[in-house]
Design a binder for this molecule. Sequence first.
Ligand code: FES
Ligand code: FE2
Length: 350
Amino acid sequence: MFIRNAWYVAAWADELDERPLGRTILGEPVVLFRDANGQPAALQDFCKHRGAPLSAGRVTGAGLECGYHGLVYAGDGRCVRIPGQTHIPERAGTRSYPLVEKDACLWIWMGDAAAADPAEILDFPYHSDRKWPHKHTMYPVAGNATLLIDNLMDLTHLGYVHATTIGGNPSAHVDAKTDVKTTEHGVKFTRWLLDIPAAPTIRKAVPELGETIDRWQEFEFIAPACIVQWSGSVDANTGAYDKGKRDGGFQARLFHAITPETEASCHYFWSGANGYRIDDPQATEDLFSELCRAFDQDMAMIAAQQQRIATFGEDGLVNIVADASRVHMRRVLERMAAAERTPPREAATV
Ligand code: FES
Ligand SMILES: [Fe+2]
C-alpha cells in the first residue's frame, strides 16, 4: 500500500524532451510531457477512447496526441480534439495529476489533488548552485522503495557493501558517534567517524588529505520519499568535530528521492554535488562515477533482499542497535499510512 498524499519525484526535469515519457508511479501508469509552452504535465497514461497508452503518442501544438486514433489531450487532462467530430464529450478527458517543476525535478502528487500544496515540496537549492556543481541520474530498482530508504538510513552497511568505494573499515562505521533526532517531517542523523583512514573514494577525490581524517555524514529523511545528505572529510583532529571547523577537505551533497513504481520496484533519483574542486568538471564526473559504482553495489543487494523477502516475508526480521534511524523512519511512514486510512471526520476527533 502506498502513501498517496505526498509529493514524489516523477522525473528529472531534463528527462522530458519533445517526446512523452511513460512511467509507472505508485502502481499507476502516468505519462509526462511538456506542452507547446514548455509547461510540464502529468496525465493518466490511458486514452479514454479505446484505452491506448498515451505515452505511445506524440506531442503536438494542441497537446498530447494518442497514437491510435488521434484524440488530443491538454495538460489539464481535457480532451481538446477528436478527429472527425466537433462535439467533445467531457467524459473523453483523462485524469491529470498536480505536477511542479522545482530544483531540477518534476514533483507529482498522486493523491487527493485538493490537498496538494506546492509549498510543501522540499527545498534543494544545490541543484542550481554554482558552488555545488552536480550530476544526476535515475536508477530503476528491483526492490520495494522502503528497502532502499532502509539502506540509506543504516550506514553500517558501508564497511561491508562498499569496502572498495565509499566505505572503508567496517568497525569505523559500526563505532561511529551517531546522533539521531526526530524532525517535523521525518528523522535526521549525524555520524562522526574520527581519526580514521580515508575511504578509497575520498582519497581519490582529495589526495592531499592527511593520513587519517575526521569524517561526517548528515542525513535527513523527509517523509515519505526523500533524503538529503551532506558528507565531508577533513584532516583528523583539526576541530571539525568539537569546534565546528568543517571547511576544506572533501565535501559532497547528495539528493536521494525514492519513488515507488510497484510494491516490488522503485525509481531512484539521485544526484551528487562536488563541493571540493568546484571549478573542475572532471572532479564532478569522477565523484558521479564513484557514486555509481557504490550505488550499483546497493542495487544488487536490494534486488537480492527483495527476492528473499518475497519468499520469507519481513515479519521475523530482527532490529539491531544500528537500526535506530531506520526504525524512526519506518514509524513515520506507518503514521502517514495510518492517517490516510483514517476518514477525515474521525481524524478530526482524535
Ligand atoms: S485509443 Fe486513443 S484515440 Fe483511440
Ligand atoms: Fe550504500
